[in-house]
Design a protein around this ligand. Structure first.
Ligand code: AP5
Length: 218
């Protein structure tokens, strides 16, 4: 059975943190559209340069570019059993494109966990986030500090603060989320696959609640 799980939630809700925690348990590859854009930027590809222009302003990368990128990623061999999607879809047009893609691939969305977190908490989380340069592992200076300051616990690489985590860009990203991504909550609720998870709880508790709520773990 091909299983696709979509992590939905505002910037800073903990989608990446939870995807890292549950991807192995679910045996699904973690596919983050933001990570793919950042990887391209690191390699200085045309896609990376184009995406950076939008990301650094807190805007969304155009749908056609993003959809083509995810389509290519989902057809790779590691996605034969499905995928854990983080950050995609993010607009109604992307959600429709994903549905068409999954039909072609012979799969369907099994669940859409929506990690809910109020706005003031999001700002504190994003401005205190540190990300590993090598593989994108996520830390927080207060809520999830690395053992050695400035170094990743998993691969020892340098931790950095994302360009789009500056306070003014964070505010813009949250506004863009409210305008363009929040409508997907209703969309997936109507399809009967939305699962709301309280994202304000400690990281391990959110992970446990998430795994307990997913259909495969019932
Ligand atoms: P993307 O990288 O997807 O960013 P995002 O959705 O804004 O989400 P974040 O990565 O900021 O947050 P998160 O929910 O993963 O939280 P995290 O786990 O890190 O996208 C970046 C940009 O790329 C977009 O703005 C856009 O330009 C472009 N883009 C990407 N996808 C696109 C698409 N589909 N279409 C168009 N454009 C697209 O946690 C945040 C912090 O909180 C961390 O420090 C963490 O340690 C901490 N934390 C997590 N959980 C908890 C907890 N329970 N308690 C306390 N602290 C916690």
């Amino acid at each position: 059975m091909t299983t696709y799980i979509i992590l939905l939630g505002p910037p800073g809700a903990g989608k990446g943190t939870q995807a890292q925690a549950i991807s192995e348990t679910l045996r699904l590859p973690h596919i983050s559209s933001g990570d793919i854009f950042r990887e391209n930027l690191k390699k200085e590809t045309e896609l990376g340069k184009l995406a950076a222009g939008f990301m650094n302003k807190g805007e969304l990368v155009p749908d056609d570019v993003t959809i083509a990128m995810i389509r290519e990623r989902l057809t790779r061999s590691d996605c034969q059993a499905g995928a854990l999607l983080d950050g995609f879809p993010r607009t109604p047009a992307q959600a429709v494109a994903l549905s068409n893609m999954l039909e072609e691939l012979g799969g369907q969305v099994a669940a859409v966990p929506y990690i809910s977190v109020p706005e003031p908490v999001l700002i504190e989380r994003l401005t205190g986030r540190w990300t590993c340069r090598q593989a994108g592992h996520i830390f927080h200076e207060k809520y999830n500090p690395s053992r050695q300051p400035g170094r990743c616990d998993f691969d020892g690489s340098e931790l950095y603060q994302r360009e789009d985590d500056k306070a003014e860009t964070v505010t813009r990203r949250i506004r863009v989320y409210l305008e363009q991504t929040k409508p997907l909550i209703d969309y997936y609720q109507q399809l009967g696959c939305l699962i709301e998870v309280d994202g304000t709880l400690p990281i391990e508790q959110v992970t446990a609640n998430l795994l307990a709520a997913l259909p495969a773990n019932e």
